[in-house]
Ligand binder design. Structure first.
Ligand SMILES: Cc1cc2nc3c(=O)[nH]c(=O)nc-3n(C[C@H](O)[C@H](O)[C@H](O)COP(=O)(O)OP(=O)(O)OC[C@H]3O[C@@H](n4cnc5c(N)ncnc54)[C@H](O)[C@@H]3O)c2cc1C
Length: 428
């Protein structure tokens, strides 16, 4: 009998549990260590922040689902992983042992790296549903007293898609409320150009996103380094290509949402050979840590080097499709190890994303994620918005049923039947 443990029950951890189950032998036990029993669908947070969703609509209680599936759910969270002892210290002072561990702890949000950043400071966030609910209240305040809006992603951020999504979703909602004429908007980003997305652009994301911003009278600052945020004011340094400060901006705002940089969570950060200096888990081509070979990692907690050096540091995004490929490969590899075989499955790490703009959106595919690419495609249209709404419903239904299919991939392939996506999957 083997003890298999998944640490974290967000997108990657929950899918990991569902996909590991069929890989277990009769007497193996699967445990999931989570922080509380409620899962929330992070991609819908931007909609919560403008009131298009209630948080209850995007939350799922995992307790019954896991029980039904025979998974032990430990909701007290992990304090520290001890990989040399194959042990996890839990939040309530107890500990559990494992034979195989899959770390799926997502990011810790590094608001503290910039004075005044984040919901404890002066900017909103959409990374967690608690933040999105807070952002919703701040949006109501903006609606009753309109003023300038600053949206973007700070130095070291890796999650740019949601920053653009939220920019356009907020813009759409302001237009619907006939308030847009009283709200000057600016996008502030560490990316070297609009549409870089941490991937050096995909297809014509630069042209598509710039054009969308021009059409909607949204200004922007790229190569931006946020020095600090005070109540109603953001100080931003705009860097030149050689890294020198070209201009310092003082941006007044009535409302601001800035995506922070990510780092690894405390339970794994600073563990020699397990994590890199930012606390992300180092993995090989099989999603396995090279030093602790019974430890795997999936999702945002995985260390991925940047695509190329940029004047202001930017990270590589880890999106749903890529995460599913990590999860599927890991499940197969743990299954192999349980049977005394070596791991063979490798994730594709291709990037496929739908970015909603509220009434339209942009889809992009990058294969491989580092350019030059075999497939480098982007497209804009109303269909992206509707596809994203449909996907949310599909995903939450599957998740509630505890089904183990790679949701994102199957949805894009079967329901949307996008020829380009087939190309990425099959390589033809
Ligand atoms: C606002 C936003 C929108 C996004 N939209 C999209 C999208 O539309 N499409 C797309 O493909 N990708 C999207 N992404 C990217 C990505 O798909 C999500 O971030 C996704 O949630 C990442 O999954 P994860 O499992 O790695 O991390 P998470 O979903 O954050 O899950 C990590 C889990 O680990 C838990 N955890 C952390 N520490 C501990 C501990 N010590 N003990 C126990 N549990 C712990 C956390 O509580 C959390 O539940 C979006 C990201 C953001 C921030």
């Amino acid at each position: 009998m083997a003890e298999v443990v998944v640490l974290g029950a967000g997108l990657s951890g929950t899918l990991m549990a569902y996909e590991l189950l069929p890989q277990l032998r009769k007497d193996d036990r699967l445990s999931v260590v989570s922080q509380g029993a409620v899962y929330h669908f992070v991609p819908s947070n931007p909609w919560v922040a403008v009131g298009w969703r209630k948080r209850s609509e995007i939350e799922i209680d995992l307790a019954d689902i896991m029980k039904r599936k025979g998974v032990r759910l430990l909701t007290q969270g992990a304090k520290r992983v001890h990989p040399t002892d194959n042990k996890i210290e839990l939040g309530d002072g107890t500990s559990i042992d494992y034979d195989f561990l899959v770390i799926a702890t997502g990011p810790e949000l590094a608001f503290d790296e910039i004075p005044g950043l984040g919901p404890q400071g002066h900017t909103e966030s959409i990374c967690h549903v608690d933040h999105a609910s807070h952002a919703r209240d701040a949006f109501d305040t903006l609606a009753s007293n309109p003023g300038p809006v600053v949206i973007g992603a700070v130095q070291g951020a890796s999650c740019f898609g949601p920053a653009y999504e939220f920019l356009f979703i907020l813009e759409t909602e302001l237009r619907r409320r006939k308030l847009r004429d009283r709200v000057p908007m600016i996008f502030v980003t560490s990316e070297p150009y609009i549409g870089h997305l941490g991937l050096d652009g995909v297809g014509d994301t630069k042209g598509l996103l710039e054009s969308e911003m021009r059409e909607k009278h949204i200004k922007w600052i790229t190569n931006a380094r946020v020095k600090g945020v005070e109540a109603g004011k953001m100080i931003v340094e705009e860097l030149a290509d050689d890294g020198a400060v070209r201009k310092t901006h003082e941006l007044p705002f009535a409302y601001s949402m800035m995506l922070p940089a990510f780092r690894g969570v405390e339970a794994v950060r600073g563990i020699e050979k397990l994590t890199n200096p930012r606390g992300f888990v180092v993995v090989d081509k099989y999603q396995r840590n090279p030093a602790f070979t019974n430890v795997f990692a999936v999702g945002v907690c995985v260390a991925i080097p940047p695509v190329a050096a940029t004047p202001v540091p930017v990270g590589v995004p880890k999106t749903g499709f890529m995460i599913e490929s990590m999860v599927t490969a890991t499940a197969i590899n743990v299954g192999a190890l349980l049977r005394g075989n070596e791991p063979t499955a490798q994730p594709t790490w291709n990037a496929i994303c739908l970015a909603d703009f509220g009434d339209s959106g942009v889809a992009f595919l990058a294969q491989p994620q580092i350019p030059p690419r075999n497939v480098n495609w982007s497209s804009k249209g109303e269909w992206v918005h509707y596809a994203k709404v449909a996907f949310e419903k599909y995903f939450l239904r599957k998740m509630r049923r505890g089904e183990s299919a790679p949701f994102y991939e199957r949805f894009l392939l079967d329901k949307l039947n996008i020829a380009k996506i087939k190309e990425v999957r099959t390589g033809t």
